[in-house]
Design a protein around this ligand. Structure first.
Ligand SMILES: [Zn+2]
Length: 126
C-alpha cells in the first residue's frame, strides 16, 4: 500500500506512531520497537537510532538539573539532603520522560530522510 499522505515525522515520532502511516504503534515496550507496523506493515528493521536519544536526553537533563542545582546552591545553600531530595526525582523525570519521544522522533526522521549507513554505489563507477 502506497502512502501519499505521510504524517509529519516529528508528530509521528513524539506520538510513538509509525512514520509511514501515522497510525500503527512504533513501540511494543518502553524502548523496544515492534518488528513491523500493525496497520501498514512497514518493516521497522531499518530503524537504528543508536545512542542518539540518550545523548540528547543527557544534554537536556544535564542542562536543566545542573542549572537548577547551581541556582539553589548559590541562592539558599541548603544541606546536602535537600539536594538529594530535589535532584534525584528531577533526574528521573528529565531522563526517563523524554527518552521514548526522542527515540520516536529520531526513527521517524531517519525514515523520512531515508537515512542509512554509508554504502558504495558500485553501478555508477567508471
Ligand atoms: Zn504504519
Amino acid at each position: 500500500m502506497a502512502y501519499t499522505q505521510r504524517p509529519l515525522p516529528i508528530a509521528a515520532g513524539l506520538a510513538g506512531r509509525c512514520p509511514q502511516c501515522g497510525k500503527g504503534r512504533l513501540f511494543q515496550g518502553f524502548l523496544t520497537l515492534r518488528p513491523k507496523c500493525d496497520v501498514c506493515g512497514l518493516d521497522f528493521s531499518f530503524a537504528d537510532a543508536g545512542d542518539g536519544p540518550a545523548v540528547f536526553v543527557i544534554l537536556f537533563a544535564g542542562f536543566v538539573v545542573v542549572g537548577l542545582a547551581l541556582v539553589v546552591e548559590f541562592t539558599w545553600q541548603p544541606p546536602y539532603w535537600v539536594h538529594a531530595l530535589l535532584w534525584g526525582p528531577l533526574i528521573l523525570l528529565t531522563t526517563l520522560g523524554p527518552l521514548r519521544p526522542f527515540k520516536g522522533v529520531l526513527i521517524a526522521l531517519q525514515f523520512h530522510h531515508a537515512a542509512a549507513e554509508g554504502r558504495l554505489d558500485l553501478d555508477n563507477r567508471r
